[in-house]
Ligand binder design. Structure first.
Ligand code: FAD
Length: 317
């Protein structure tokens, strides 16, 4: 089923999860071990799997010659999605990124997904970390997520990159990212929301937000999106803080604020950060649920237990 159909049919907020593929050479069993636990506690309607950009660098061989090496640290998103569908009968949502992909490669990935019967995609720009500059795409890539959304919607109408007579239309449901505290490159929230509206106008069916720790940021964002005419579901994304190091790393990598009260609690008892983080997420989740959100999307990466502790608490309420 498509993600948007899950939301449209739901009678209560949906719980979904996001995982990352293992590092190259890692074991798929580690993913199954963590998802087995998730499915035992709550059978989610869908599970997202992130995509990771390839990085290019120059390597010197022992004889002094140089060679260009392109390597993806976490490959396997599409394969992992097929494995999730097969093992759990749950709809997988692969993320597709613009960064490091030519439009032809994006089209090929979408054809692959279509053949696998995977009809959900989260269309994301990705970030240029600097090392992708030498991937030699020469402008053949989608620049922004909106361009990828347009490409997918074209394929949904049977329009491929080259003219193909009687091309089979695909049937993808498309999600996109939104930022309650604005995207870090945007000069202000309204400017960012205007670009979000472009993604919705191009055919995005729903929005998943970046993680946040203050529900006021989410409520304000939803309100302002509505004022801009955005009427698709806006699903809050939550990541549970589990170590005092997160006080620095989360703002650094995800450009978000952590409220004073929460920071002070973790600072005063750093060894207990995991429990404090779980309790904060319980209260955040409860308030979001009571406000009538379409669902909550938990970023669990490799460790589902903190999110499961939150969900068990919600189930008792
Ligand atoms: P865009 O929507 O393209 O926006 C990027 C910036 O450009 C924004 O500031 C926006 O306002 C601006 N902008 C957009 N359109 C235009 C335009 N036409 N003209 C001028 N400016 C414009 N990263 C990964 O590498 N892999 C993942 O799997 C992944 N999954 C994610 C899932 C979620 C739910 C979220 C919130 C983020 C995810 N990311 C992932 C991170 C993401 O790649 C970064 O946040 C990235 O910097 C922006 O991606 P985007 O799709 O929001 O970009």
């Amino acid at each position: 089923m498509k993600v948007i159909e899950h939301y449209n049919k739901a009678t209560e907020p949906l719980i979904s999860f996001e995982i990352i593929p293992p590092k190259r050479g890692g074991s798929v069993q580690s993913v199954f071990d963590s998802l087995d636990k998730v499915v035992e506690t709550v059978k989610p309607p869908f599970i997202d799997v992130t995509y990771h950009t390839a990085e290019a660098h120059i390597e010197e061989l022992p004889d002094g010659t140089l060679r260009r090496v392109v390597r993806r640290k976490r490959p396997g998103t599409i394969g992992l999605c097929a494995a999730i569908k097969h093992r759990y009968d749950i709809d997988p949502v692969p993320h597709l990124i613009c960064e490091g992909f030519s439009k032809e490669e994006s089209e090929d990935a979408l054809i692959e997904l279509n053949y696998l019967g995977i009809h959900n995609v989260l269309a994301i720009r990705g970030d240029n970390t600097g090392s992708q500059i030498s991937l030699n795409l020469n402008g053949t890539e989608n620049k922004y997520a909106v361009d990828l959304v347009k490409q997918i919607q074209n394929m949904n109408q049977g329009i491929y990159l080259e003219d193909i007579i009687n091309a089979e239309p695909t049937d993808f449901c498309v999600g996109v990212a939104g930022y309650p505290e604005k995207h870090f490159e945007a000069p202000n929230l309204d400017w960012d929301i205007k670009n979000l509206k472009r993604k919705v106008d191009a055919g995005a069916d729903y929005i998943v937000t970046q993680m946040f720790y203050d529900n006021k940021a989410y409520f304000n964002f939803v309100e302002r999106c509505k004022n801009h005419g955005i009427d698709v579901p806006i699903v809050p994304g939550l990541k549970i803080l589990t170590t005092s190091r997160h006080l620095k790393t989360l703002p650094k990598f995800f450009h978000l604020n952590i409220p004073d009260e929460f920071t002070a609690a973790v600072d005063s008892d750093p060894d207990n950060a995991r429990n404090i983080g779980i309790e904060w997420a319980r209260q955040q989740s409860l308030e979001l649920m009571e406000s009538g959100v379409p669902g909550i999307h938990y970023y669990i990466m490799g460790d589902p237990q903190p999110a499961l502790d939150v969900i068990t608490f919600l189930q008792k309420k």
